[in-house]
Write a protein that binds this ligand. Structure first.
Ligand code: ATP
Ligand code: MN
Length: 465
């Protein structure tokens, strides 16, 4: 028997040789004499067509070839007459690996809505749509490492278990081995975390940034890329409780360098998708969103708008004066909601916007303070259909200003001294940002719910599989 060839490679082969292919049956149709099997092995959105001369096989074997069944086929690769592909296989030998009961197979159902598929997330990678999404996800992860590797950034592994509430960026999940039925307490009646596994209170990380800064102020330029956890109880189509974040952090970068990097990065990723995932993107474009490809192409070669927050608020207030209505109020000092971000991007500028210089009171303590005493050097990258895709800033490099801000906010310095040390010993101007991997994937795939771009979504009341 010939060595197995993946469908993706088979479809590029010349006819006139013997081949072996293995995969799952997508469909079987035909007539009395001949059956046509569409076989997929996950290597591509495309299927290979298998032509079966029914007289040459046992009926008992043929009936086992149903949608979802896993099979091996060996035979001749021949030129295809009408399957839409250049080649197909004339079956010589068929082996059934695993049968699939058509009455019970969850993907046999007529209902293939995204909502239904989320309830069978263990099976949904078998569908064309999720196959496409997961292959794109893989390519994007690769492109992220490639981008930073080409630039000489160091991939830094920051911890998932942390003892610092990094930036108050959302609620944290506690990590504990204490017996919840019988919690040890100290004399004051508080939970006695000295009895806990780490001897102190710990949580799952909401960001690797603070540790990332330690790396950047030694290695120069680093990035993290890993799971991130936020226990925010918000059931939105843009939030997960467990998501992946990419956080570059760079010494000697000011806010302008930071914006340049963010823009270059995201364009590189979109271009990589267009160059390497076109079969899958085209499928998603034709099936769900026929502006997907043009949206990706336009972002890949459009200069992003760069605009101070104060200007953004002025534009939104003007829009309201001219009759636009928003669910949430707008005013200097308020945090922008996704509807406001999308208005700026989709209605006003019609291209991605980098909004800068936010009021300090709605941003984290570590952001570099501007001379005006009111704003900080924050930068959020806002995208069509999504709103915020990146949040970043130049960091406050002055020990004095950082300490003042920490006490102004009434934050506890306990457990933060190691961070403050970066400003004590060889402090440098530095900057960084966080890109939500699934938000990027929403943009690249055109999906509208973040649960549909991660294999096993974790959201409030949902931790299946
Ligand atoms: P948002 O305002 O959209 O909730 P945020 O300001 O809390 O986001 P940051 O703390 O700036 O987010 O995190 C950096 C990036 O991580 C965001 O720009 C976004 O792309 C992504 N992100 C943040 N929270 C989530 C989440 N719960 N699920 C998925 N991605 C997220
Ligand atoms: Mn943000």
């Amino acid at each position: 028997m010939e060595k197995r060839i993946k469908v993706k490679d088979l479809l590029k082969c010349e006819a006139g040789r013997k081949v072996t292919v293995k995969g799952w049956v997508r469909t079987k149709r035909g007539n009395k004499n001949v059956a046509f099997i569409a076989l997929n092995d996950g290597s591509t959105i495309n299927n290979i067509q298998i032509v079966v001369d029914k007289t040459a096989f046992e009926e008992s074997l043929l009936t086992k070839i149903t949608t979802g069944a896993a099979i091996r086929v060996s035979g001749d690769l021949v030129e295809s007459v009408g399957s839409g592909q250049s080649v197909e296989i004339q079956a010589g030998e068929i082996e059934i690996y695993g049968e699939c009961d058509p009455m019970r197979y969850p993907l046999q159902k007529k209902d293939t809505s995204f909502e239904y598929l989320r309830t069978v997330a263990h099976m949904r990678p078998r569908t064309n749509t999720f196959g496409a999404i997961l292959r794109i996800r893989n390519q994007m992860a690769f492109a992220i490492h490639k981008f930073f590797n080409e630039k000489g950034f160091v991939y830094l592994h920051t911890p998932l278990i942390t003892a610092s509430d990094c930036e108050g960026a959302g609620q944290m999940f506690k990590v504990t081995t204490l017996d919840l039925e019988n919690v040890p307490r100290n004399k004051k009646g508080e939970v006695d975390y000295t009895k806990d596994f780490f001897g102190k209170e710990t949580s799952l990380t909401v960001s690797g940034q603070l540790e990332g800064e330690l790396g950047a102020t030694a290695l120069g330029e680093i990035y993290t890329f890993g799971p991130t956890f936020r226990a925010e109880n918000s059931n939105t189509p843009r939030h997960l409780a467990e998501f992946w974040m990419i956080e570059p952090e760079m010494a000697f970068y000011d806010i302008k360098d930071n914006m340049d990097l963010a823009e270059e990065f995201i364009k590189y990723l979109v271009k990589h998708a267009l160059d390497n995932c076109m079969d899958d993107i085209k499928f998603l474009n034709d099936r769900y969103d026929n502006e997907l490809i043009s949206r990706l192409e336009s972002v890949a070669d459009t200069e992003f708008v760069r605009l101070p927050y104060t200007e953004g608020i002025r534009i939104l207030e003007e829009a309201i004066a001219n009759g636009t209505s928003f669910e949430y109020p707008v005013g200097w000092g308020t945090d922008l909601q996704s509807e406001h971000e999308r208005y700026l991007v989709e209605q006003h500028f019609k291209k991605p916007v980098i909004l800068t210089d936010y009021p300090k009171d709605i941003k984290a303590f570590y952001m570099k303070q501007n001379e005006d005493g009111k704003t900080v050097r924050a930068m959020d990258v806002l995208f069509p259909k999504i709103g915020e895709i990146i949040g970043g800033s130049e960091r406050e490099a002055s020990l004095e200003k950082l300490e003042n801000r920490i006490s102004e906010l009434g934050m506890s310095r306990r457990g933060l001294e190691w961070y403050i040390d970066t400003r004590r010993f060889g402090s440098v101007p530095h900057s960084g940002f966080g890109l939500g991997f699934e938000r990027l994937l929403l943009f690249v795939t055109g999906m509208s719910n973040i649960r549909d771009v991660i294999p096993f979504p974790r959201t409030p009341k949902n931790a299946e599989y």
